[in-house]
Each structure stands twice: as C-alpha cells, then as structure tokens.
Design a protein around this ligand. Structure first.
Ligand code: PNW
Length: 449
C-alpha cells in the first residue's frame, strides 16, 4: 500500500488526443507536417480528429472523476497558446483554462507538461532545437502559460522524453521532424533542449506559487537476473553510462546529470570531444536550478547477468517472452523497482512515475465490453514492484499511460494503451476492465500480492 497522499494519476498528451487541429487559430506543429508525408504513419492516420478531446474534454474529465484519480497529467500544445505572430492566442489559452477549471471542480490536480513533442512548425522552420534562440521562445511560451494558468496549476513538467525528441526525431527519424542530424548537431540540440528546460524552470518559479517542477525522461532500466551486489553495481553504472547502442536513445546521464548534478558526465566530454557544443558555466547553472521531482517514464527493461569473468552481459529474451502489442514493450515489472532505485541513488530526489502502461490488443466483445486481463495483470505486477521500492526510497506517485486510447505517434491509431477504449469512428468511449481494476486499486490505496 502506498502512502496516504500518493499521486494516483493518468496521463495523455495534446497531439495524441485533442484533434481540432484547425480550430481556434491553432498553428501547425511538426507532427502535422510529419503526418502529411506519405509512409510516416503506419495506418496513414493523423491528429486531425483522434479522440476529439478538444471538444469532449468534459466527458474525459468525468471519466477521470469516475476513475477516482487525484491527478491528471496532460500537455499543452504550444501552437494553441502562441499564434503565428508569436502572440498569445486567447482562444487556445481559454481551452486549457476551462480544462483546468473542470478538473479542479472534481478535485483533480492538473500536472501540466509544457512540451510533449508538438513544436510549432514555424519554429522548426527557424532551425528547431538547433536554433540557439529556441530556449528564449520556450521561455516566452512558459511565461504565457504560467500567467494564463495562474491559480489553476502549480505542478509543471517541462519536457517529455527528451531522448525520443532527439533520437526518434533526429536520428532514427521515425518521429517528427524526421530530419537526420549528425553527432555534433545532436549534442547541440540536446544542449538547447536542456536550456529550454532551465529557462522554463526560472519562469515557473517566478510566476507560480508553491510550484513543483520536474522533467520527464524515459528509460529502460537494467534488471539484474538475481540478487547480487556486484551485478547490481554493474547494472547501476551501465544505466548511467553513455552507450551508443539502443540505450543511447534512452541515455539517462546525458540528460539528467546536467539537471541534477550540474554538469554532463565526464565520459561525455571524452567520448564526444570532437563534436561538443558550446557549454558555458552560465548554461550549466541555468540547467541545474533545483527541481522537485525525478519524473520518469518506464514501461520495460532488460535482464542482465554476469559471465564467468564477472563481465556484465545483456540477456536475450527467451522465445515467446511475454510482451505487449508493440515491439519494444517486453513485460518487465522489476523495471519499476530498479529504475526508481538507481535514479534515487544518483539524484536523491523523490520519484514520480510519469508514464507506465501496456499496449494491448483491445476490441469490443460481444457483450459490448472491452476485456483486457493482460493490462490488469501488467498494472498489478508493476505496481507491486513500485510498492516494494517505495519502502526503500521516496516514491510520490504513478501516472498510468494512458487515460484513453490515442494517436500512438508513428503507429497511428493501431496501438491502444488506454484504460478507456475509443471508437475512432463514433468517438464513443468505453471504459475497459482495467479501468475498473485501476479504480479499485486507487480506492484501496495500492496493490497487494
Ligand atoms: C512514450 N521506447 O513514448 C510517450 O511519452 C507517449 O507519448 C507514448 O504514447 C507512450 O510512451 C507509449 O509509447 C515512448 O521505445 C516511446 O521504449 C518509445 C519508448 C518508450 C516510450
């Protein structure tokens, strides 16, 4: 069972749920551009309607209320609140004010993500994260948001999954903008992204009373195959190393060391000595202003063991190893034990799981319901591990991803993570079995074996 004031939440992001991309003077984002390109999205869908939450937000808040969550994490679309002339857009702003008021009516605390991947296209045209002015644009955007939501929101997350922004968007090119950068450009973009974070922190602290601030990277924790202090130590070190493998996309230290420890890791300066961006002392001070929480998105992990010479080895998954309906999501509940443990050990701040969830094959059964026992089992197992680690380190909360099925980026509408099923043809929402399960978990205050 979790502590009394535990944050039980659900999460979404603007482009994935809102639709109404041409309404109320919203400006185009890089995801609008990306989805227009042939072949980028598996099923050819885009964000134009999706869950239609821009219109149906009151229904969604009701679903949250009936679910019993005390918190809702959603993101703000930069291109709704700042118009094409870089001026505040009152219509877009009003939407988020109304959403927050509706949440507060039901005592649900808004957790606002400022940037969940939908950069205005006009800023991409000016160089995106390679433009050294991007952090000033982000600062201005944060100023407008915090003023507009004054008295409504005190909890902010600056940036969601910087690794996906950089790696998926600018290296693997499976996400918007889908432009390949070289190493020098990648490091430059990372540094500017971190400066965006730093400038936003400054503005939030200035404008928001009793604010809490975080930054929400993702990671794929290493899970030791058995209890062994040497193995644990090696897993811990590797988790924070700068490997150029898949872990590079999920690199923890390159993004979080500057924020929590005030500088990039030593190996970063060695490994990338030929392509370093310009990093000043002032930049590092800006980036490392104290924040309140370690947010982390954790869905999966990998097993590691020691060979006979005590070298760390990554274990392949056995044939038929349990996984979700998306290729990177192997079922690994212990990731929610080891991830928070490693992070707390290095950065020493309370942990909040900002995303965790299962992509499943969900459909409406003959009885009109959506039965998803795998998702129930997933939540149960992962929460048991989170519960276990919460006895050792401070764990403040958990946001299930996602409240409802939505636009799963390059997979389009094919992949479902929701507690609520969305019929994209009719817009109907059907709470799945897991919705009622999570409701019960919240009511009881946690999970038991
Ligand atoms: C996150 N991986 O993305 C995002 O924050 C959400 O917007 C998204 O819908 C959700 O998780 C589900 O995918 C991830 O490869 C993308 O490990 C890739 C990975 C993890 C998270």
């Amino acid at each position: 069972m979790f502590q009394k004031d535990f944050i039980f939440g659900a999460a979404t992001a603007a482009y994935q749920i809102e639709g109404s991309i041409n309404k109320d003077n919203r400006v185009k984002s890089i995801w609008d551009t990306f989805t227009e390109k042939e072949g980028t999205i598996m099923d050819g869908s885009d964000g134009s309607i999706v869950c239609d939450s821009y219109i149906k937000y009151k229904d969604d808040v009701k679903l949250l209320h009936e679910l019993g969550v005390n918190s809702y994490r959603f993101s703000i679309a930069w291109g709704r609140v700042i118009d094409c002339n870089n001026e505040p857009n009152p219509l877009g702003i009003k939407y988020y004010q109304d959403l927050c008021k509706e949440l507060l009516k039901y005592n649900i605390k808004p957790y606002v993500t400022l940037y969940h991947w939908d950069l205005p296209q006009r800023l991409m045209d000016k160089g995106g994260f390679l433009n050294d002015e991007i952090s000033d644009y982000f600062m201005y955007y944060t100023e407008i948001v915090t003023q507009a939501l004054d008295g409504l929101v005190s909890d902010y997350i600056t940036i969601n999954e910087p690794q996906c922004i950089i790696f998926m968007g600018h290296d693997a090119c499976l996400f918007a903008p889908g432009i390949k950068y070289n190493d020098k450009e990648i490091l430059h973009a990372i540094h500017n992204l971190l400066k965006c974070h730093g400038k936003a922190v400054k503005i939030i602290r200035k404008n928001v009373k009793n604010s809490t601030i975080g930054f929400a990277p993702c990671s794929r924790p290493l899970v030791p195959v058995h209890d062994d202090p040497i193995l644990y130590q090696k897993c811990y070190l590797k988790y924070f190393s700068l490997d150029r493998s898949f872990e590079y996309a999920n690199s923890v230290a390159i993004y979080s060391d500057p924020i929590f420890l005030g500088d990039y890791p030593k190996e970063y300066y060695l490994q990338f000595k030929d392509c370093l961006p310009n990093i000043t002392k002032e930049d590092l001070e800006l980036i490392s202003q104290p924040i309140d929480y370690i947010y982390q998105n954790i869905y999966t992990g990998n097993y590691y063991s020691l060979d006979k010479d005590n070298n760390l080895v990554k274990n392949d998954f056995d044939f038929g190893y349990p996984e979700g309906n998306i290729d990177w999501l192997q079922i690994m509940p212990k990731a929610l034990y080891y991830g928070p443990k490693y992070l707390y050990e290095r950065y020493k701040k309370p942990i909040i799981i900002s995303e965790n969830g299962l992509c499943n094959v969900d459909f409406v059964s003959l009885d009109g319901k959506v039965h998803d026992p795998q998702r129930i089992d997933y939540i149960h197992r992962y929460m048991l591990e989170l519960d276990k680690v919460s006895k050792e380190i401070p764990v403040k909360g958990y946001f299930y991803w996602s409240l409802m099925d939505n636009f799963e980026w390059n997979c389009g509408l094919k992949k479902r993570f929701g507690l609520v099923y969305v019929d994209y043809k009719t817009g109907n929402r059907i709470p799945k079995d897991s919705y009622y399960y999570y409701k019960d978990v919240i009511k009881r205050g946690g999970v038991e074996w």
